[in-house]
Write a protein that binds this ligand. Structure first.
Ligand SMILES: [Zn+2]
Length: 163
């Protein structure tokens, strides 16, 4: 992992990713509520689709789900594929050994913002990378707070931009 980090630093790509991530929420990350869906929520490009199942989750879980989906949007919105830049060892928790780096990244993103000490304790390398890319993550937490309010009254099919 350290080899990858130093390679990234040489290419100055870490700086690029930070620049994109801190600004992408102003232009993108849209929300849409849909009735049918087998899961709680999913990300397609810059849109987070939220299904009825989502509303049967507790509030803390709803927050976590939105953070996870934002992690996918973060991946999707960075021109450089984050996953191309790292090996699949980046993945955390149950994704660590499944090789599902996309899900592993989204989980690391969500855990970093939801309970950073948990990620720091168990996956220090991933924690450091997240800190580099996401900073204190205030912009994402704020986004989730607004999204939860908007979702309560969001009609099905309506695309909502959160400001
Ligand atoms: Zn996911």
């Amino acid at each position: 992992m350290m080899k990858i980090i130093s390679a990234l630093k040489r290419l100055n790509r870490l700086d690029l990713i930070v620049a994109i991530s801190s600004s992408f929420l102003n232009k993108t990350a849209l929300l849409r509520r849909e009735a049918s869906g087998t899961t709680e929520a999913e990300a397609q490009g810059d849109i987070i689709l939220v299904y009825d199942k989502f509303f049967r989750c507790k509030l803390t879980m709803q927050k976590y789900i939105l953070l996870h989906e934002l992690g996918h949007v973060f991946q999707n919105m960075n021109d450089i594929s984050i996953l191309d830049l790292m090996d699949k060892n980046f993945a955390v928790f149950e994704y660590k050994f499944s090789g599902n780096a996309m899900e592993g990244f989204a989980e690391a993103f969500a855990v970093y913002l939801d309970s950073p000490n948990e990620l720091k304790k168990r996956y220090l390398e991933q924690f450091k990378i997240m800190k580099n890319w996401v900073g204190n993550g205030a912009v994402y937490k704020k986004w989730v707070g607004k999204a939860l309010k908007i979702l309560k009254d969001l009609p099905y099919g309506q695309l909502e931009r959160i400001k």
